[in-house]
Design a protein around this ligand. Structure first.
Ligand code: ADP
Ligand code: ADP
Ligand code: ZN
Length: 213
C-alpha cells in the first residue's frame, strides 16, 4: 500500500500516519522528521533546510525531491509506505508520480485530513513531539500516559521551534498557496479520500482505515 497524507500543518497527518503504518506494517516517512534529524546532526542538508523551516516556508524542491526519492528506494519500502509531509508542491507530486511509474507503481490512496484554520493554532500550541521516534502528542487533546514522556520510547518530549503562533500563521499561508492544490491533483488521479479531522483521533483513524479497505 502506497499512501500519501494531505492536510494543513496540525491537521493530524503525523498522528494518523503512525497508526496507518502500524496497521499495514509499512514505514512511516516524514520529510519534516528527516529534516529535523539532519538539523540535529548539523549536516549540510540540515543547515540549508533550517533557513526555510524557521520562516515557515517550504524547503526548495531541489533539495526535498531527491531526498525523498532516495528514501523510498530503500528495501523497507518494497511493500509500500505512508508519506507524511510529502508531496507539498505540484512538482513534488509530479516527480513522485514519475518515479513510481518507472517501477510500474503508483500512489494507491491520498488521505486528506480536513481541519478548519481556526482549530490549527490551538493544536500547534499544545503539540509535543518525540525527537527520537517522531511520536506526536497534545497536552490536552492527546496526552501521553506520563506527562512529558513518549509512550512509545520513553524519550522526553519537546516543543518544536516552528510551532510558535507567528510561524504557524506563515505555515498555514504556505499551505494554502502551495500545498492545497494537491487535493485536486489526487482527486484527478482518482485516489483521494477525505476525512473530517475535527473528530477524536481514534474516530479519524477508524474513518481512514474504513476508507482504505
Ligand atoms: P507539520 O507536521 O506541522 O505539517 P512537518 O514536520 O511536516 O510539519 O514540516 C516541518 C517543516 O519542514 C515545514 O514547515 C517545511 O519547512 C519543511 N518541509 C517538510 N516537508 C517538506 C516538503 N515536502 N517540502 C518542502 N518543505 C518541507
Ligand atoms: P500534522 O502532522 O498534520 O502537522 P500532528 O499529527 O502533529 O499534525 O497533530 C498536530 C497536533 O494536534 C498534535 O499535538 C496532535 O496531538 C493533535 N491532534 C492530532 N489529531 C487530533 C484530533 N483528531 N483532535 C485533536 N487534536 C489532535
Ligand atoms: Zn518516542
Amino acid at each position: 500500500m502506497k499512501i500519501v497524507m494531505l492536510g494543513a500543518p496540525g491537521a493530524g497527518k503525523g498522528t494518523q500516519a503512525v497508526n496507518i503504518a502500524k496497521e499495514y506494517n509499512i514505514p512511516h516517512i516524514s520529510t519534516g522528521d528527516i529534516f529535523r534529524a539532519n538539523i540535529k546532526n548539523q549536516t549540510e542538508l540540515g543547515m540549508k533546510a533550517k533557513e526555510y523551516m524557521d520562516k515557515g516556508a517550504l524547503v526548495p524542491d531541489e533539495i526535498t525531491i531527491g531526498m525523498l526519492l532516495s528514501r523510498i528506494a530503500d528495501k523497507d519500502c518494497d511493500n509500500g509506505f505512508v508519506l507524511d509531509g510529502f508531496p507539498r508542491t505540484i512538482p513534488q507530486a509530479e516527480s513522485l508520480k514519475k518515479a513510481l511509474k518507472e517501477q510500474g507503481a503508483k500512489i494507491d490512496c491520498a488521505v486528506d485530513i480536513e481541519v478548519p484554520d481556526e482549530d490549527i493554532i490551538n493544536r500547534m500550541s499544545g503539540r509535543r513531539s518525540c525527537p527520537n521516534c517522531g511520536g506526536t502528542y497534545h497536552v490536552t487533546f492527546n496526552p501521553p500516559k506520563q506527562e512529558g514522556i513518549c509512550d512509545a520510547c520513553g524519550t522526553e518530549l519537546v516543543q518544536r521551534a516552528d510551532d510558535k503562533p507567528e510561524t504557524v500563521l506563515q505555515r498555514l499561508k504556505t499551505y494554502h498557496e502551495q500545498t492545497q492544490p494537491l487535493i485536486e491533483f489526487y482527486e484527478n488521479e482518482g485516489v483521494l479520500v477525505t476525512v473530517d479531522g475535527t473528530k477524536k483521533p481514534s474516530e479519524v483513524l477508524e474513518d481512514i482505515l474504513g476508507a482504505l479497505k
